[in-house]
Design a protein around this ligand. Sequence first.
Ligand SMILES: Nc1nc2c(ncn2[C@@H]2O[C@H](COP(=O)(O)OP(=O)(O)O)[C@@H](O)[C@H]2O)c(=O)[nH]1
Ligand SMILES: [Mg+2]
Length: 244
Amino acid sequence: MAQGNSGIESHFGGRRPAPLQVIFTTMHGAYRQASFTMGVARLAALPADVGVEVAFAGRSNAGKSSVINALTGRTALARISKTPGRTQQLNFFELDDEEHRLVDLPGYGYANVPIAVKRRWAALVEGYLVSRRSLRGVVLLMDVRRPFTDADSQLLDWCAHAGLATHLLLNKCDKLSRGAGARVLADARKRLAPLGEENLVQLFSATRKIGIDELGARLDAWFGYPPAEGNARAKARGSAAGSG
Ligand SMILES: Nc1nc2c(ncn2[C@@H]2O[C@H](COP(=O)(O)OP(=O)(O)O)[C@@H](O)[C@H]2O)c(=O)[nH]1
Ligand SMILES: [Mg+2]
């Protein structure tokens, strides 16, 4: 057919739809400006409790550092630890300014950690969660293949009772088939329902960046960033599909 038109134009009957650019700009720019500010091993050393903070919690090896890297588009911002359970500190990342921060909490559930280290972890993390006024929400990561360990459930219940909003990531969903992932998600929603509306759950993959728009939409809401167009769509899609 010699119509002198590109395939796309003829497909849309000569009218071009809006540019697809939005696909590449779904994340608020602040996440890409993230920088590491400090690691803190004692409550007394926490940075000023102002602005808004979002913490990432979960078992060692669940993928906290990988998720922070995926979110910020920085490959090695939060060091991806090869020795899980060793980093007993809270790592702070500033976004566009010092009043918007991500916090990588020390992981738990590592089998070979001495009881003294576990106690220290509990004192540090609980002390932080209890006292931190700028903490707007907790992103709780679980490995989708081994979700809801006792420690995960404890932390989730603890946050709910403390009135802390949580966003549950079933990470490493690239390791499961779609059907298996969907079943874990449905089960997780059932478990979360009694905990209240402030607790949502989604599938996620840090390595494939699956679910990043949905996570971005929740973080935008927590940080008070205006929703990106793509995120608004992800949200609409999510609720249509019964997200959370
Ligand atoms: N397949 C897969 N592997 C992941 C994913 N997220 C993290 N990992 C891997 O899991 C391991 C632990 O990740 P890391 O971010 O260090 O976990 P952290 O201890 O919670 O900070 C690393 O080998 C990561 O490459 C994911 O979404 N999919
Ligand atoms: Mg880590």
